[in-house]
Design a binder for this molecule. Structure first.
Ligand code: 5GP
Ligand code: ZN
Length: 111
């Protein structure tokens, strides 16, 4: 499958990896939009939130335990989690991913 994030997960494309376990992988975004900006992805390919079924639900739930753990480990007191779903919402890589952004200037805006 010609998927950028599958290649990153497989180690075929280098990345600045932050965390990895059997279900998910976290790596820093190549084009950070905040002081801290990393992505958390399920290891199993699924295109977006729109394609999540019971088969992926455990990995997605797991990711939502990994994110607070990583943020605690990084000492982040506040952060924002975003998943763009579909091209019209800004999704450019069609492998489900959760952006985690943190920094002093995020403000109160939604995205
Ligand atoms: P999306 O726009 O699909 O929500 O987010 C895709 C994200 O992947 C973008 O923030 C973009 O900067 C990041 N990205 C694109 N290519 C690479 C890459 O090769 N390595 C890493 N680490 N991030 C990438
Ligand atoms: Zn993929």
């Amino acid at each position: 499958m010609d998927c950028l994030f599958c290649k990153i997960i497989a180690g075929e494309i280098p990345s600045n990896k932050l965390y990895e376990d059997e279900l998910c992988c976290a790596f820093y975004d190549i084009d950070p939009q905040a002081d801290t900006h990393f992505l958390v992805v399920p290891k199993t390919h699924v295109a977006s939130m729109a394609d999540v079924t019971e088969a992926e639900a455990a990995a997605v739930a797991h990711i939502f335990t990994v994110i607070p753990k990583l943020c605690r480990d990084l000492g982040l007191s506040g952060y924002r989690v975003i998943s763009n779903c579909g091209r019209s919402a800004g999704q450019t890589v069609m492998h489900l991913h959760f952006h985690v952004l943190s920094g002093p200037n995020l403000g109160a805006r939604l995205v």
